[in-house]
Design a protein around this ligand. Structure first.
Ligand SMILES: NC(=O)c1ccc[n+]([C@@H]2O[C@H](COP(=O)([O-])OP(=O)(O)OC[C@H]3O[C@@H](n4cnc5c(N)ncnc54)[C@H](OP(=O)(O)O)[C@@H]3O)[C@@H](O)[C@H]2O)c1
Length: 254
């Protein structure tokens, strides 16, 4: 597994005293994004949005609860963030692949409507509700970024193996929704960035049952992935909006 110790993170291309929102702060990658941002001197406040009351500690961290399945809770979280001023960066690190009810499909014969709709609600509808309520809060006349973690398997052009229909399709839908949001948001905020990101294969709850086939050295520690995603975000500019980027900065086809 690729690991790396914390270094001083720097969102060097954002306004100093940046307000950062991490949605899915209880997740493997989300928790590391919170930790990385709260130690960044250029960050004023990190709003850690999570489903449960689990707290991410730190002087600059504000814990808020929300549930992607409940739009009113997303709106309420946005209102609480808005009370602290404009937002510079939102990273959506929520996602669903499996739980005690649903597993990713190995074939079309395994497709179930409920499983498919659940993936779609968590992976596509939830993040775009966050975009609906948080994009209007973004700072004007400065670099801002709304980044949602998608997955390379959501790329239609890159799909050579099949399987995992619900997860793939929900991430493809997320990519389309982000591209659509990017185009609309750019009309109002020319300097804005809205992107989809692929974090690599990361050692978290989400990937735990499926790590057997991961080649040596290709399973990342969440801290490594989080640092890489922040590097990618810091390197983006407004010309990059609407695109899909991997953890190493490479552009992924849709
Ligand atoms: N791990 C990988 O190898 C990998 C690869 C490609 C893409 N990704 C993507 O990376 C992102 C982060 O995944 P991860 O690996 O860090 O997985 P994870 O540890 O399972 O985290 C998933 C997060 O999503 C949250 N979530 C799920 N349903 C929610 C809901 N209804 N409302 C609010 N939050 C909800 C979870 O909250 P709770 O803690 O409350 O359950 C948790 O914070 C996901 O979009 C995933 O698809 C991961």
């Amino acid at each position: 597994m690729l690991r790396r110790r914390y270094r001083d993170m720097s969102l060097s291309t954002f306004t100093p005293d940046a307000n950062v929102v991490i949605a899915g702060a209880s997740g493997g990658i989300g928790a590391e994004l919170v930790r990385a941002c709260r130690t960044d001197e250029r960050v004023r406040r990190v709003f850690a949005l999570q489903r449960s009351a689990t707290t991410n500690s730190g002087p600059r961290v504000e814990n808020l609860t929300f549930d992607l399945l409940d739009e009113a809770s997303v709106q309420a979280a946005a209102q609480q963030v808005a009370d602290h001023g404009p937002v510079d960066l939102v990273i959506v690190a929520t996602g669903f692949l499996h739980d005690e009810r649903f597993a990713p499909e190995k074939s079309l014969q395994a497709i179930e409507t409920d499983a498919m709709l659940h993936s779609y609600r968590i992976n596509a509808v939830g993040p775009v509700l966050l975009a609906k309520h948080f994009l209007p809060l973004m700072r004007k006349n400065a670099k801002t970024c709304f980044a949602a973690i998608s997955a390379r398997v959501g790329s239609i052009g890159d799909n050579r193996l099949g399987g995992w229909a619900s997860y793939r399709a929900s991430k493809a839908a997320l990519n389309m929704l982000l591209r659509t949001a990017a185009i609309e948001h750019k009309r109002r905020r020319p300097e804005s960035i809205v992107v989809a990101l692929h974090p690599g294969t990361v050692d978290t709850r989400l990937s735990a049952p499926f790590q057997g086939g991961v080649p040596e050295g290709k399973l990342f520690a969440p801290v490594f992935s989080a640092e890489k995603l922040i590097d990618v975000i810091d390197g983006l500019n407004s010309a990059d909006t609407g695109n899909f980027y991997a953890w190493d900065g490479q552009r992924i086809e849709y």
